[in-house]
Design a binder for this molecule. Sequence first.
Ligand code: OTD
Ligand code: ZN
Ligand code: ZN
Length: 346
Amino acid sequence: MEKLTIRKPDDWHLHLREGVVLKNILKFSSDFFGRAIIMPNTKNPITSIERGVAYKNSICSLLSKTNTFKPLMTIYLTESISNDEIKRGFLDNIFFAAKLYPANATTNSLYGVKNIKKIYKVFELMQEIGMPLLIHGEVSDPMVDIFDREEVFIDTELNPIIKNFPDLKIVLEHITTSYAVDFVESNNIAATITPHHLHINRNAMFFGGLNSDFYCLPVAKRESNRISLIKAATSGNECFFLGTDSAPHLREWKAFCGCAGIFNSSVALNSYLQVFEEENALEKFEKFASINGPKFHNLPLNNEYITLVREPYEVEEFVDIFDENKKIGAIKPFHAGQTLNWRVKS
Ligand code: OTD
Ligand code: ZN
Ligand code: ZN
């Protein structure tokens, strides 16, 4: 196959950040995706309707008049969040979904939930009004090995949530293990899968010296898990869909503190396609990228189409970040310096 035309994809898990970084990276999503779920873990997290509205406006003000990209906003759950804020935010179409971060499980999750049982009343409301719950599925107990945190979360937290709220719409985000793949397939929930977890296993972080370019949370696991994720994503199974989890950090910060997160929105479709091609599953890509997500969320499919062509695509070493006309930093994209097989036809 040399050419693939599909409905415009959606990104069901994206970090756009704020300010100058947002300004510089938004185009990578708004050019190629119809909609994206915008994560609320900004420096000052999106924990209220007021902040949600301001954040959405700041994104929309950067879109050109002809751009139809739709940011779907999320509210960051805390133990003190009120049911009233959740209900109004959802029914007034400000928030599309609510995001559960176990406290300290990932970047800017400090204000997340320590004791998940404490927000069961929120889940009850969400189940009743049909609001999706998006979950960072890892425990953050320092006594639990970092490579086991997803499995332990599934057993100790997710399973009870599903038992207590069987009609709650749940997406387990950025899954990284075959255990999660099996769990999602055998329960009435869905999962997003990132490009990086389809390409790398945990060795990547230790190749040629400690390498934080491949450090993200949940951390990549061993190869057998990566293979399960590839099988899941390319299966066409409706419970799996695209979520890039693109999480940009300026180079200097990443180099300095090794912070978790991989920026991939500039190469996301190219990156996924590489895997689908290797699996001989190009004909399944549209389901994963453009159909399974809206179906799960009861949204219409995008009307626009995009064409992908099998032509070499050289990934730049860095995406430069400008403030006005002055370069203030750079972000290293996933696959930096590599040549991929597919590109989006302009
Ligand atoms: N994981 N980094 C970030 C978020 C994700 O858990 C996530 O969704 C980030 O920088 O916001 C990361 O490694
Ligand atoms: Zn997460
Ligand atoms: Zn994320």
